[in-house]
Design a protein around this ligand. Structure first.
Ligand SMILES: Cc1ncc(COP(=O)(O)O)c(C=O)c1O
Length: 361
């Protein structure tokens, strides 16, 4: 069967060369006579995979020597509670409330300490993120500032990096824009992401952790929930998701061989600009995010008529454009155009929108 253009929010489109390599590797990994799914996580073959994944990600994200790449269980949602469990410890932290994933992180953090929320766009249906200069100084004694770098559901994104002061460190949930544009990874105490959008298959979290922060972590935690366990054992304390790590390594290689994050950022912005121009230029469409906060990854829009949105999704699916339904909490339409979305997919969507407007408008 022919492949369709997959606009799903995640799990999501992956680079075709990576899928082709994975097909081979499932049968025979690097001449080992065993498939990648069958290889021991303690084998020299897998050691090469995980070491290469760590090195490539450190290069792509411009990490410094004090930062460690980790592969963790339980997806991004598990970090919502393991982060405060390790670092909040009855103290106070600042969280920015820019979408349903931020709200979930806030809910979990409140179990472990005081949570200050100086910004929330919830009353405006999360249609924007704060702009530079809009946030107040952090309260005295703040342990960390947590924010969602890209809001998958609302379709908003920080195109800048918040500052922290004093002993506070910066934490980003970058689940839906990790590796999509050049960032200064060294600004983060912790950066994490569920890997199922821009990095690989579902069921694993990727994290960058500043090792020196581990001195501040709660010591008495269940072993698997202490970041120190995973840092001390290079993500191999127990059996990690070996297949996901293999795919992440191949995706990182694909990025390094195709212009790095600079090239990726340019391609992503060009695709997003083109799609927003089609939304703004057509009479039928309204973008759901405020222009200055618009995401380059998740483009949210609507016809303003729920039945028409539904018809659009149905007809687009029949035309080979999959996954365009908005999140169930927002409705409308959403085109997720992660790193692996080809230009041809965006062009096909724009041309389909034009035709739909011409015949249904
Ligand atoms: C921004 C953001 N954070 C967290 C999550 C949750 O990720 P996981 O399903 O890996 O727990 C998602 C999932 O879509 C997300 O978009």
């Amino acid at each position: 069967m022919a492949r369709v253009f997959n606009f799903s929010a995640g799990p999501a489109v992956l680079p075709e060369p990576v899928l082709e390599q994975a097909r081979e590797a499932i049968w025979d990994f690097a001449g080992s006579g065993m498939g990648i799914l069958e290889l021991s996580h303690r084998s020299s073959w897998f050691d090469e995979v995980i070491t290469s994944a760590e090195a490539r990600l450190a290069r792509l994200l411009k990490l410094d020597q004090d930062q460690q790449v980790l592969f963790l269980h339980g997806g991004a949602s598990t970090q919502f509670f393991t982060l405060p469990m390790n670092f909040l410890r009855g103290g106070r932290a600042t969280y920015l409330d820019t979408g349903i994933w931020s709200a979930k992180a806030i809910k979990e953090a409140k179990r472990y300490g005081t949570v200050d929320v100086p910004f929330s766009s919830k009353p405006e249906r999360y249609d924007r993120v704060p702009q530079p200069g809009e946030l107040p100084a952090l309260p005295e004694g703040t342990k960390y500032l947590h924010y969602t770098t890209n809001n998958t559901v609302a379709g908003t994104q920080f195109h800048w990096t918040p500052e922290v002061s004093g002993d506070a460190f910066l934490v980003g949930d970058a689940s839906s824009d990790i590796l999509s544009w050049p960032i200064e990874g060294s600004k983060y105490g912790m950066l994490y992401a569920g890997v199922q959008k821009n990095m690989g298959p579902s069921g694993m979290a990727f994290a960058v952790l500043r090792k020196s922060l581990l001195e501040r972590a709660e010591a008495d935690l269940p072993t698997m929930l202490a970041y120190k366990t995973h840092a001390d054992n290079s993500s191999l304390f127990n059996t990690p998701n070996t297949f996901a790590i293999y795919i992440v390594e191949r995706v990182a290689a694909w990025l390094e061989e195709n212009g790095g994050l600079e090239g990726m950022g340019q391609r992503n912005k060009a695709q997003a600009d083109k799609l927003y121009a089609a939304i703004d230029g057509g009479a039928m469409w309204t973008g759901l995010a405020k222009p200055e906060s618009r995401s380059w990854m998740n483009i949210t829009f609507t016809t303003g008529d729920a039945d028409l949105d539904k018809a659009f999704v149905k007809e687009a699916t029949a035309a080979g454009l999959n996954g365009l339904k908005g999140h169930r909490s927002v409705g409308g339409l959403r085109a997720s155009i992660y790193n692996a979305m080809p230009d041809a997919g965006v062009d096909a969507l724009i041309s389909f929108m034009g035709e739909f407007e011409r015949t249904r408008g």
